[in-house]
Design a protein around this ligand. Structure first.
Ligand SMILES: [Zn+2]
Ligand SMILES: [Zn+2]
Length: 341
């Protein structure tokens, strides 16, 4: 089969994919079932390589089936939709009837974070080996010392990386306790598990507790709206610094779906007065995914605007390349098969 191995523009190699039988290259593909076009999208230069006509038809059919049965629509405009199915990112030209689920993509972030955390821990272990070996030769580190370094180095490295990323404070501002009037100006991460979240529709409010009132009813400072969302994103990001396994992310996704979407989730898992530390593991991961919905949605909207611009240019080229070469009967029979399937 004459599928390209490399990008036609920059020569960057398309990685192998096992998701499709008739399209064994590329992680990002674009297709137009109406016009019968199929492109591989280059990760290096973002340009689209038009797949030769004779290699298109089975792949197009397979793609359309995959989109119908398994894909999630992350974002769409009137002309293009961005979908994900397994390892594949798919740009489908034409109207998509499915519901957008931008929030779903954030699960990828949690999984990647776990990967990064593993590498950091490994780097800490390697550092410990070097430190122990180095001091052994100078006789500076006894067995107990070596054991201590060995035991703590990974945690020191990952802890340091977390501190660099987040600092000590989840929120800083000016406010006061609604019960006693004491000024409240910061929320350190160390107090995160006693943080109270209010189960509103959409983004939950965050109550920063007052040291004088010790979590008495109706005390502390209530953060709402964007400020609460931002604080919660930081707290959850800090708490989940080591990320989540694929299985855990799947559980979190199912919980969000069972709740009726990310905006309904807080109501489902938070009870009035229940501290964050008492929310289950899956619930907390789901919450982190849910509080990123808006960011994820706007990121995807930007990405999609760019994809649409690419599509316009590549479609113009494809029209010329396919042009008179397209055997019309072939295209017609393909369309009929798609419509029938
Ligand atoms: Zn390229
Ligand atoms: Zn107070």
């Amino acid at each position: 089969m004459s599928m390209y191995r490399k990008c036609l523009v920059c020569d960057h190699e398309f990685v192998a994919n096992e998701a499709l039988e008739h399209l064994d290259r590329g992680r990002k593909v674009a297709f137009d079932p109406e016009k019968g076009r199929l492109w591989l999208i280059c990760r290096a230069c973002s340009r689209w390589s038009l797949v030769p006509m004779e290699s298109r038809w089975e792949a197009l059919e397979e793609l359309e089936k995959l989109v119908r049965d398994q894909a999630r629509v992350l974002s769409r405009t009137d002309n293009v939709a961005l979908l994900r199915a397994g390892p594949l990112e798919i740009v489908r030209v034409g109207r998509a009837q499915l519901r957008e689920e931008a929030w779903w993509r954030y699960g990828r972030e949690l999984r990647q974070r776990r990967e990064r955390f593993r590498k950091l821990s490994a780097a800490g272990t390697i550092g410990a080996v070097a430190a122990i070996a180095g001091s052994w030769t100078t006789g500076g580190l006894g067995f107990v010392g070596a054991w201590l370094v060995w035991d703590r180095a990974p945690a020191l490295v990952t802890g340091g990386a977390r501190w660099l990323r987040f600092g000590n404070t989840a929120w800083r501002g000016e406010g006061e306790c609604i019960r006693c009037g004491r000024p409240i100006e910061r929320l350190p991460y160390s107090e995160r598990s006693s943080l109270i979240l209010t189960p509103d529709e959409g983004s939950p409010g965050v109550i920063v507790s007052c040291p004088d009132c010790e979590r008495a009813r109706e005390s502390g400072l209530l953060l709402q709206g964007q400020e609460a969302a931002r604080t919660l994103r930081r707290v959850l990001g800090f708490h989940h610094f080591s990320g989540a396994s694929g299985g855990r992310v799947d559980q979190a996704v199912r919980l969000i779906e069972a709740s009726g979407g990310p905006e309904r989730l807080p109501n489902r898992i938070l009870k009035r007065g229940k501290p964050l530390g008492a929310v289950g593991k899956v619930g907390r991961f789901a919450l982190e995914i849910a509080v990123h919905e808006e960011t994820e949605r706007s990121l995807l909207a930007m990405e999609l605007a760019e994809l649409e611009a690419h599509w316009r240019r590549e479609e113009e080229l494809a029209r010329i390349m396919d042009g008179e070469l397209t055997p019309l009967p072939l295209l017609e029979s393909f369309r009929r098969r798609l419509a029938g399937g």
